[in-house]
Design a protein around this ligand. Sequence first.
Ligand code: FAD
Ligand code: MG
Length: 301
Amino acid sequence: MSIDEFDVAVIGGSYAGISAATQLARARRRVLVIDAGQRRNRYALHSHGFLGQDGREAAAIAADGKAQLMKYPTVQWLEGAATQAAAADDGFDVATADGASFRARRLVLATGMVDELPAVPGLAERWGSSVFHCPYCHGYELEQGRIGVLATSALSMHHALMLPDWGTVTLFLNGAFEPDEEQLGKLAQRGVTVERTPLRAISGVATVELQDGRALEQAGLFVLSRLHSASPLAEQLGCDMEQGPMGSYVRTDMTKASSIAGVYVCGDAARMAGSVALAVADGAMAGVGAHHSLIFGAAAA
Ligand code: FAD
Ligand code: MG
């Protein structure tokens, strides 16, 4: 093996990638982690709902994982973005934006997703501090106050019907859809106020400024983002995708194997809706799956 050859290259070194690499390191395999340092939750200071780490700084959870991983001598960490991945003899060639290239017998993609928010002035600036997508992650801290759901499509019914468990909810339709009689009935049953006046901007902590001049103060806002793959690698490799309501993600089997033999995909990149706990679990599975495949052979999902 030359210096640049690895058993497994893990692309993406956040929760899912670190978890995958840890399993492989513990099997004494040569692992390269390439990470561009853009965790999806970097806009939120604290992370909630992950066993033993509830309410801790999101960055600290990842930093601890990385520090523990780097104690294993067979792991190398490279800061940067992988821009190319292609099948090669007995493995895969990976190239980075800096012009470095590596060969690995297996790939684990843990590259995550990017959120695209509706273009309401003031919304993006508050993403992760008072504008959220996940009630389980950030609903509790709103202390049962006023919660605005900003509709992007009829899918926002889901948010509107869930969030009354966390506060007093107004559904701002903003022209995104018009609930039918049955939906209006369900919203009324859950005590949700429906507001049809379009939004002008978000100001203050989470004040919704309407086009008729009213300003409705909220403790927080929830909005569904469109999700896009954070990297083109799965598509480059030809991995089958799954179409979800918020965007497409890589199809995997229970071992996190993709449709391309030898390529494992884990975390947000390979599920409809993710969390730190699920990324860590998927990563552990992908690490074990990739390791098994080195011994028993790789199968495609
Ligand atoms: P990420 O954490 O997104 O990491 C992907 C990594 O891969 C990044 O470091 C990225 O730079 C890297 N990468 C991507 N492409 C490349 C490439 N080509 N080359 C090299 N590296 C690359 N979940 C919770 O459980 N609790 C919470 O409280 C919570 N709060 C959230 C708040 C916000 C605002 C958001 C948006 C999400 C929140 N989440 C929360 C969800 C959580 O962030 C994700 O589920 C989790 O980060 C997924 O982990 P991951 O490892 O799959 O991907
Ligand atoms: Mg990761």
